[in-house]
Design a protein around this ligand. Structure first.
Ligand code: COA
Length: 328
């Protein structure tokens, strides 16, 4: 018989420094009013100089492991989703493996942008269900401030830094009832970083032209996001054998409050059942969902036995959703 996989521990970490909308009023042609009404963001967090993704990931992971009551040596695998690793080699997951003392864990990073945590959760679920592994750490971490172009008002105001983590393990009751992931690479130009890879290695010119920073076609991503958030949620709910009215809580990717509200409305969900922290953190890409999930749990908004939908979309283009019967 198949094992049941569930989330047995959660944790998160955001940097200390808060960057509010007024900061941007001083460096570019924008306003707190525009940013608040068009995105829902009031402030975001930024790492300190010398800090990197693995530092945030380590603290989030430590909290998740403590809450799961397992020891780091009991981890069989570490999956880190990030588009902002400390460097392209080694992986953030290997740095974590060492720092955590998770000596028995295999470790790799995955790249699926804002959907990455759901991709990681999906991979972890397979290994637990098929019996190969017992405990897997899944982390979403981003330091988007390092790839943000602070001269581009269309993107600069949107992103923030943070990390969220979950330990996926065997559970007797409840657990991860369904996962669904997908991609459409034909939309790859909508969100991209041109330089720093094999196509355009770093050069003086690439740095001078800001080509290591993210660019985005906001309106194309917006339309895709509203459609996909609903579609992916419905597919995960159906795969779980449930209907939208069986959903107790919704933890969507935090990219824009208007996207969150539109998708909740399409699903017939009251905003009271929807977790929102975009006002405090902006878009943290693959960290958004695990940070929101951790906060919702700690605030008592998600309780044992609740059916929770997590859903995300992002660069690639990619998307992912899952229904979790909360077992913590
Ligand atoms: N301050 C002031 N004006 C701004 C601005 C800012 N920070 N950013 C853009 N604008 C301006 C634009 O230049 C444009 O002006 P113009 O008409 O004179 O050219 C105007 O606002 C409207 O721009 P538009 O891009 O149509 O705005 P929008 O209502 O679509 O909002 C986003 C822009 C980025 C907030 C929105 O498209 C969005 O959230 N998209 C999805 C982004 C996303 O999810 N990304 C992450 C994927 S994980």
């Amino acid at each position: 018989m198949k094992n049941k996989a569930g989330i047995i521990g959660v944790g998160s970490q955001v940097p200390e420094e808060r960057v509010d909308n007024y900061y941007f009023e001083h460096i570019m042609d924008t306003s707190d009013e525009w940013i608040t009404t068009r995105t829902g963001i009031k402030e975001r967090r930024r790492i300190a100089e010398g800090e990197a993704s693995s530092d945030l990931a380590f603290n989030a992971a430590k909290k998740a492991i403590e809450s799961s009551r397992i020891k780091p040596e009991e981890l069989d695998m570490i999956i880190v989703s990030t588009i902002t690793p400390d460097s392209s080699l080694p992986s953030v997951s290997c740095i974590l493996q060492d720092k955590l003392g998770a000596v028995n864990a295999a470790a790799f990073d995955l790249s699926a942008a804002c959907s990455g945590f759901v991709y990681g959760l999906t991979v972890a679920t397979q290994f637990i269900e098929n019996g190969m592994y017992e405990n897997i750490l899944v982390v979403g971490v981003e330091t988007l401030s390092t790839i943000t172009n602070y001269e581009d008002r269309k993107t600069a105001v949107l992103f923030g830094d943070g990390a969220g983590a979950a330990v996926v393990g065997r559970v007797e009751e409840g657990g991860i009832r369904s996962t669904y992931i997908g991609a459409d690479g034909s939309g790859r130009d909508y969100l991209q970083i041109s330089a720093g890879g094999s196509r355009m290695p770093a050069s003086h010119e690439s740095v001078d032209k800001n080509l290591h920073k993210v660019t985005m076609s906001g309106s194309n991503v917006f339309k895709f996001a509203v459609r996909k958030m609903e579609e992916a949620s419905i597919i995960a709910i159906e795969k779980a054998g449930l209907a939208p009215e069986d959903i107790n809580f919704y933890v969507p990717h935090q990219a824009n409050i208007r996207i969150i509200e539109a998708s909740a409305k399409r699903l017939g969900l009251d905003m009271e059942k929807v977790y929102v922290n975009i006002d405090r953190y902006g878009n943290m890409s693959s960290a958004s969902i695990p940070v929101a999930m951790d906060e919702a749990y700690r605030e008592g908004k998600i309780k044992k036995g609740d059916n929770v939908v997590i859903v995300g979309f992002g660069g690639g283009l990619t998307w992912g959703s899952a229904v979790i019967n909360w077992s913590l």
